[in-house]
Design a protein around this ligand. Sequence first.
Ligand code: KG4
Ligand code: ZN
Length: 339
Amino acid sequence: MIVMGIESSCDETGVGIVRRHPDGSCELLADEVASSVAEHARFGGVVPEIASRAHLEAIVPAMRRALSTAGIVAPDALAVTIGPGLAGALLVGVAAAKAYAAAWDIPFYALNHLGGHVAVDTLEHGPMPPCVALLVSGGHTHLLHVEDLSRPLIELGSTVDDAAGEAFDKVARLLGLGYPGGPALDAAAVTGDPAAIAFPRGMTGPRDARHDFSFSGLKTAVARYVEAQHRQGVEELPIPDIAASFQEAVADVLTMKAIRAAQDVGVDTLVLGGGATANTRIRSMAEERCAAAGLTLRIPKPRLCTDNGVMIAALGAHVIGGGAEPSPLSVASDPGLPV
Ligand code: KG4
Ligand code: ZN
């Protein structure tokens, strides 16, 4: 069974192909990603109209390249991200997937983007035991309980304001580090002191039934710190110290709450996913704290943490393996699709 996955929820046009083996494991056959990130840079964020047009140009060539790399004429099934994401961007991938599924006369599966970020880990680390997943990207910050990848995921918590990746991007912009800000801020933090400035850790009080996050207070605290420095006549901001202290606060909150959630749910595995889990400090702190808490940590390589088509193909393979019915071709994309 060969599954093609199509992803177009934000600024990456992804087409991935995987082979599902009878034992439930998956093998990666092709991974094509065309990004419009450079076109958004001068606007300091993703411009939906530009993203949609870029998907339109990239989608068919990406599908052709993926088929050629995999050495096949057509897959046995097609899976596509139906939401959450940008409305116009989602439409392009969904329309392409429906058209090709109809033309090839193969089953079509409309899937949740967030599930893809979790499922992609199975390509590197094999079958997934019941676990808690921490998804951190520009658009989402979620803690999820994963009982079985072929069934809907259970949301344990999410951000009540900014996504963590969004906070990275906004703070990086404030510090003049460019867009996308996450990687630039990560690099700037290398020579900084993570204990230089005590930034706040939002929603880390006593244990709560929900495992929600808040990052807007942290973002505001960085802005206030920068304003105070300017008021005091400081000409050169201590960028590495600000970056390292901010990054430390984000990593502290994310890893503390993820471990709490895993303990509350009673699982012994934590899976990380989403673009911001490429962050050096989030990865190293998760490793240190999971080891101390006796949890097994699984993090896909950075290339698979960011948006791609392989994650949707992998989720499709698990959903098909679980015996799900295909979606009707009349299904509509849903920008606000919940977990
Ligand atoms: O998953 P992704 O590619 O797209 C979304 O679905 O949003 O994640 C992109 C986000 C951006 O906010 C970017 O700044 C952040 O991931 N990011 C990072 C790093 N690399 C990417 N944030 C912090 N440190 C990094 N090294
Ligand atoms: Zn994503």
